[in-house]
Design a protein around this ligand. Sequence first.
Ligand code: HEC
Ligand code: HEC
Length: 358
Amino acid sequence: MNKIKFTAICCVLALVLINVVMLTITSADEPPGQIGYGRGGRMQGGSVSKHGDEPIQPIPISFDWDSAKIELGKILFFEPRLSKSGWITCNSCHNLSTGGADNLPTSIGHKWTLGPINSPTVLNAKFNLAQFWDGRAKDLKEQAKGPVANPMEMASNHDFAVEVLQSIPEYVQWFKELYKDEKITIDNVADAIAAFEETLTTPNSRFDSWLNGYDDKISEAERQGYDLFKDKGCVTCHNGFGVGGNSFQKFGIAKPYDKDTQTLGRYNVTKNEKDKYVFKVPLLRNIALTAPYFHDASTWSLREAVTIMAGYQLGVTLTDDETDKIVAFLKTLTGDQPSIIFPTLPPSNENTPKPNRN
Ligand code: HEC
Ligand code: HEC
């Protein structure tokens, strides 16, 4: 008798359980059976999206992060004592509240020095084939050593920056735990910052959702804008994960770019005549957030930037309607911005070298 009762209860429980599971699956607001990355890093399995062979790929969500190194890199990204004045941080010019750039024509550095070139975003910079407009740094780690010692930027020097960190016991301990070294080195400083920058990607844009098979995530006009972006030839240079960042190209192919003839671009690195006015193709991810545009910040308008590209790169004149649609498409490239918990920095002490405003 008891056995029968027990079995009956088990059966009822199993039924309830199956029902709950079925309900959860069928009430999910996203269609099942498509591959890609859902909100909050949730993966969806199943068949390949019908947009899987597009020339632009969705930004993957990464899970394999060494969190201690990233945390240290984040602290250093917000560390003003890496600058001579004790005031400028990486975030000053690559503000993570404003798309990883400073929204200025050219950056403001030590003693209010105006730099020579527009600051590119650090968001998704890991997808660049090299760093800087002229590609002079091969990767994020090599790049990160630059600004600390650049007299127009943070204006410190590597020895001084390391001396400051070395005077602060917390830093000594963190570096020792990570790099098994009593002495902090600029190489390890750059390594940690680069590890943090690796995490600064912006997945889940509406366009990426469309790529993953969610057709209604972009409007008809936005999709037509994407078709124009491909048909007119923009996509030959702006493609891949970053919608750019994977080649060097001349600015002024169809007609010479006459607004800035001083900045020589890639030529500075190669000294090859044909590399004059050649620049790394910028990423168009989050482009709506990072005006002004171009290395010389020659326009604040995304619409005008598109018109300039069509004219100088492709030798075509777009209609107003075509331009609007391409701009609408570009705005679908804004993804989830990194959510950063602002770090608390360890305090200076009597051994810490003092900031110098001169
Ligand atoms: C005073 C402003 C300023 C500061 C401070 C600064 N940067 Fe930059 N950053 C720039 C400018 C301007 C460029 C572009 C220079 C060029 O291409 O010649 C740049 C380029 C970069 C790039 C290359 C992006 C690309 O698309 O090529 C990365 C990455 C970067 N900075 C990271 C950092 C890090 C990390 C720090 C802190 C250690 C830092 N920056 C500090 C202004 C600044
Ligand atoms: C032949 C390669 C090429 C083609 C084709 C091309 N671009 Fe570009 N694009 C570039 C380069 C190189 C730059 C950087 C120019 C500079 O500032 O020196 C750039 C810059 C841009 C920028 C500004 C990015 C920023 O962060 O400042 C936008 C927006 C843009 N392109 C959109 C387009 C659109 C839209 C099309 C098609 C109408 C297009 N591009 C076609 C190579 C290309």
